[in-house]
Design a protein around this ligand. Sequence first.
Ligand SMILES: [Cu+2]
Length: 186
Amino acid sequence: MLIGAAALFTLTMALLAAAFLRRRAGAAATMRPGPWLVGGGLVLPALVLSALLAFALATGERLLPRPGADVVTVQARAAQWAWTFSQQGPGGTIERVGTLDIPAGRPVDLRLSSADVIHSFWVPRLAGKLDAIPGRVNTLRIEAAEPGVYPGQCAEFCGSGHARMRVRVVVHDAAGWAAFLQGATP
Ligand SMILES: [Cu+2]
C-alpha cells in the first residue's frame, strides 16, 4: 500500500507540476480534461479499490478463528501480573508462564481469559491487541511465518505490576516444535 500510494502521489505531483510549467510557458490548453477525469477519477480508483477489497477479504478470512485440522489451540490465562499458557501435548498438558510456544507457519488460536482484572495480549509483530476479560473468553488468531522470538507486553493497565507484565512468543521450526511437544523446553 505504501508503494502504491507513493506511486500515485508521485504521478499526481508530476501532473500538477506539468500543469504549472505549461502555464508558465504560455502553452495553449490543448489537453482535453475528459479522459483524465474518467481515467484518474473513476477507472483508476475502481481498479485500486477492487484489488484492495479482494486482498482484504482474503486476509480477513484467513484471520478468522475457524476450526481446522492444523490449528493449534492454546489457553492463555492472564493474572496479575503474568500470562500462563497451556496446551495439549502427547504426554498431557504443557504449561509455561510468560512464554508462549507455537509452531511456525500454522494458525494458532489463543483463548484469552483473565483471573482478576482486564489485561490485553499484545505482540506487535504478530497481531493487534485483544483484551483478556474476567468471565469470558476471547479468541485471537495468530500465525508466525518465521521461527524466532517475538516480544510482547500487556497493553491494558492492570495494576502496579503492569509494566513488568511481558510476554515472549517462541516460534519453533518443525524440529523444535516436536521437541517442545515432547516436553523439552529450550
Ligand atoms: Cu496485565
